[in-house]
Design a protein around this ligand. Structure first.
Ligand code: HEC
Ligand code: HEC
Length: 170
């Protein structure tokens, strides 16, 4: 009996850790320079949230980055560009969110931001607009305002808490 319980505990642990790792939908950020330079004004978006053609476009216009100046010196620019290129969504198709993002973008389309990606738009179109524009969130760009585990690359429904609304349930 004891042995049976121990075996069951072992199996259930195994199962839950399996489950936990499969919840990671996008590869977490693992570059210190990127983390430092690209999180001054917003959350450091995982490279796997956009295809490389979008990152190229964004990086080519940092002086005029969403009405701010986010320009970098040459060396940092090279390092960050390479990091984004190597880890962009189409290079991370083993992560399910990256895969769905890539599959939702037409070949002739270059989304200028994550919130312009079809898959991301579709996933958020049931949220009342006032919950997105409220001051605690500001806009859809502010992923960490609602996705409590965004930093870990986890965007699962059960980890969403919208300010002044609470947990999201379908
Ligand atoms: C000086 C502040 C600042 C810095 C530094 C900065 N950004 Fe931004 N970024 C912004 C602002 C402002 C927005 C627009 C947010 C919004 O939608 O209102 C933005 C938006 C974005 C978006 C689009 C988010 C969406 O809405 O889908 C991406 C991607 C992005 N930034 C990447 C980067 C990268 C990569 C770096 C580092 C090279 C960087 N940012 C550094 C200010 C900054
Ligand atoms: C206002 C709160 C809010 C913000 C801000 C927000 N999300 Fe979401 N997100 C949600 C909700 C709610 C859902 C669940 C929608 C559904 O499945 O019904 C969701 C779903 C998702 C999903 C799909 C999850 C699933 O289980 O299917 C992804 C991926 C995602 N969001 C990524 C992002 C990213 C990346 C950002 C930032 C660029 C972001 N979200 C910003 C609230 C938010």
């Amino acid at each position: 009996m004891k042995l049976l319980i121990i075996t069951l505990l072992f199996l259930s642990n195994l199962f839950s850790s399996e489950y936990a790792s499969s919840k990671v939908g996008v590869k977490p950020v693992d570059n210190e320079l990127y983390k430092n330079e690209c999180s001054a004004c917003h959350f450091d978006y995982q490279p796997g949230l956009l295809p490389s053609k979008s990152w190229k476009k964004i990086m080519s216009n940092l002086e005029n980055h969403f009405d701010t100046d986010a320009s970098l010196d040459n060396e940092d620019f090279q390092t960050i560009s390479e990091y984004l290129e190597k880890n962009s969504a189409e290079k991370a198709m083993n992560y399910k969110r990256s895969r769905r993002i890539v599959n939702s973008i037409a070949s002739n389309e270059i989304p200028q931001s994550i919130t312009k990606v079809r898959y991301i738009i579709k996933k958020h179109n049931e949220i009342r607009p006032s919950l997105i524009t409220q001051k605690e969130v500001k806009g859809l760009f502010n992923c960490t305002a609602c996705h409590t585990t965004a930093q870990k690359g986890i965007y699962s429904e059960r980890d969403i808490i919208i300010p002044n609304f609470g947990r999201w349930e379908d």
